[in-house]
Design a protein around this ligand. Sequence first.
Ligand code: NAD
Ligand code: DAU
Length: 339
Amino acid sequence: MNIIVTGGAGFIGSNFIFYMMKQHPEDRIVCLDKLTYAGNLSTLEPVMDSPNFRFVKMDICDRAAVYGLFEEEHPDVVVNFAAESHVDRSIENPEIFLQTNIIGTSVLMDACRKYGIQRYHQVSTDEVYGDLPIDRPDLFFTENTPLHTSSPYSSSKASADLLVNAYHRTYGLPTTISRCSNNYGPYQFPEKLIPLMIANALADKPLPVYGEGLNVRDWLYVEDHCKAIDLIIRKGRVGEVYNIGGHNEMRNIDIVRLICEALGKPESLITHVTDRKGHDQRYAIDPAKIHNELGWLPETMFKDGIKKTIQWYLDHQDWWKTIISGEYQNYYQKMYGNR
Ligand code: NAD
Ligand code: DAU
C-alpha cells in the first residue's frame, strides 16, 4: 500500500510511521506535514533515508499542493493526524484550529474524491463527546454518545468528524474515524501534561496543576493507539467510528505525584494554578466495539508505559530541550510567566 500520513512529524503521527515501517516494510509511507511549532523533522531522522519513505513539507489546507501530491503519489490510504492539537492554545486563539482541523480535513477528502482512494482515515478524539461526571464511574463514551464539545479544539475536531460522515454518505468516500483517549509516550511535545511535568521536574521548576488536579483522563500508550489505527485501516468497516481507550482512568494530580516520585523530586514543586476555562471533568472510553470487531486490546500497562516514557525523556533531553525555545517559549511565557 502507498499510505499518506499527514501530521507525521508530530507526536502520534511519528510513532505511527515508526510502527508501520516496522510492521509493514512492504508499504510505502509519504509523510505530509506543515512543520508547525509541534512538528519536528529531527524526530523522523531514523526513517528519512529509507527508500520506502518520503517527507513532504506541506499544509493540508493548500489545495493545489495537496492535489499535486495525490497526482504524483496515487495513495491507496490517507491517515489524517495533522491538526492543531492543544486545548489551551485553542482557548487562546481558535482560528488556526478551524482552518487546519476543519478546512484541512475537507481539502484532504476532496483530493481523495478527485483521485480515488481505498480508505480515508480520520484520527479523532474522545473530546468530541464532551465530558462525564467524576462521580459517575459507571458512565463511558460509546460510539453512540452524542457529540457535545467544550473547547474550540474539540469543536473543530467534532466538525471534522461530521464532515467525514457527510463525505461518506454524500459522495460514498470510504472513510473510517477513530476517537482515542489521551496518549502518552515518546516524542510528545512538552506542552502536554506528562512531558511538561517531566521537563519541569527535571529542571526543579514548579509543576502547574490546573485547579485541584482532580480531572480524570483515560491514558493510553501511544503504540497501542498506532496498532488500533493499523487494524482499522486494514479491517475496519467503511463508514464506521471506532472508540479507542485504555480503561486506565487517572486523576491529573496522581500522575504528577507519580512523576515526582519516579524522578526523586519533592511534591512541593506542585503548584495549583488557575483552572482551564471550560475544563472537561472526566474522559472514559468504552472500547468494546474495536475489541469485539477487530480484536484490539491495549497491551501496555500504565505502570510500564509511564516508566518507559520517563526513561525516554531522560535519555532524549536534547530532543525536548531544543524544542523548549523560540515560538514555544513565547507561548509558555504567556501561559505561565516565569514559572
Ligand atoms: P501534535 O500536535 O503532536 O502533531 C500535529 C502534527 O500536525 C505536527 O507535526 C504539525 O506540524 C502537523 N500539522 C499541524 N497543522 C498542519 C497543517 N495545516 N498541515 C500539515 N500538517 C500540520 O499532535 P498529536 O498529539 O500527535 O495528535 C495527532 C492527532 O491525533 C490529532 O488529530 C489529534 O487531534 C489526535 N488525537 C490526539 C490525542 C493525544 O492524546 N495527543 C488523542 C486523541 C486524538
Ligand atoms: O483526550 C484526547 C485529547 O488529549 C487529545 O484530543 C488532545 O489533542 C490532547 O492534547 C489531550 O487533551 P487534554 O487537554 O486532555 O491534554 P493535556 O495534556 O493538555 O491535559 C491533560 C490534563 O492535565 C487536563 O485535565 C489539563 C491538565 N493540565 C494540563 C497541562 C498542560 C494541567 O493540570 N496542567 C498543565 O500544565
